[in-house]
Design a protein around this ligand. Sequence first.
Ligand SMILES: Cc1cc2nc3c(=O)[nH]c(=O)nc-3n(C[C@H](O)[C@H](O)[C@H](O)COP(=O)(O)OP(=O)(O)OC[C@H]3O[C@@H](n4cnc5c(N)ncnc54)[C@H](O)[C@@H]3O)c2cc1C
Length: 338
Amino acid sequence: MRHDLRDLTIIGAGPTGLFALFYAGMRGASAQIVDALDQPGGQLAALYPEKLIFDVAGFPEVLAKDLVASLERQAARFGQPVHLGQVVTGLEEGDGHLVLRTATDEFPSRSIVIAAGIGAFSPRRLPQACAAPWYGKGIEDRVLDPARFVGQHVMIVGGGDSAFDWAHQLQGRAASVTLVHRTDRFRAHHATVEAVQADVAAGRTAMHTFHELYEIHAVDGTIHDVELRDVKAKTTTRVRCDVVLPMLGFVSDLGALTQWGMTLEKDEIVVNSQMETGRAGVYAAGDIVTYPGKLKLIATGFSDAAVAVNQAVHFVYPEKKINPGHSSNLAVFGQKDD
Ligand SMILES: Cc1cc2nc3c(=O)[nH]c(=O)nc-3n(C[C@H](O)[C@H](O)[C@H](O)COP(=O)(O)OP(=O)(O)OC[C@H]3O[C@@H](n4cnc5c(N)ncnc54)[C@H](O)[C@@H]3O)c2cc1C
């Protein structure tokens, strides 16, 4: 499908991309987002939706998923489209504009902001062959709705932040929580490890270190028990389990973006202070960029987005100023004439 020509197309619906979409609308530019994931929010939605964030200006504390919801509301103000579940693989030039390509669609655009974060990412899968058929049928690699696990026997595999966060948060809600890790070294925040260890000591949570998934046993087509193998003793144990949550981190892939002729440093796009990539009309912002002093934070992603969009708008419409003026004073919001 070939979409209508737009002034600006943003790759990535993370916090940077969502704010860029709002900003484009504020500047009167027609815009759209294309994102590989099936939901907006980037790392916040995929990696830590239930974590509290404390360093976003104006929010003393905010759950990552709530910040995403606010960004979506703000971005939706101008009714610009967000195309989800599409990985951008190609960037071409033709007929005086740029064209982004996915497997199925073409997005012609007068300018582009790449807000692709750490790349299109997907959860790392359990390596055991016996796990593969159960993905989507009892093995779930993302927790989208914790309420779904109420009363379920849950097994979490992993030793990082997500594994420990969910082990702690599901304790008391799930019928049982079992945490499984191949070693006794954890990469999670110390306070969360201590909280889970307290749950284990009190008999509220089970922990199997030096164990790995060995076999899955089903009853009537649903997972009923998981057999774990002690990697040292080579013995196996069966544990009651309805749902397995592998929390093994994510693999991210910049894919085709690295072949678009921009200067890269360690998989980051080098930009100048105008967020220009070196390709005419192509800007970048957020975690994907590097420049002297760059910090990979939500706050700096917002700032990068504002700079990139104002530059892109001026590139497309040279008569429009780079400086946007103050939103508190713009006609687009029904305020005084700008
Ligand atoms: C556990 C954790 C906790 C954090 N806590 C904080 C915190 O407290 N405060 C803070 O400021 N920061 C925090 N961060 C960092 C923060 O999440 C990032 O700085 C922020 O997400 C960067 O936003 P972004 O929009 O630039 O990129 P991302 O959030 O990575 O979003 C990029 C989007 O681009 C999409 N994409 C990539 N490639 C393609 C492609 N080829 N085609 C289509 N779509 C593509 C991806 O699917 C993704 O949705 C934390 C990060 C983690 C992992």
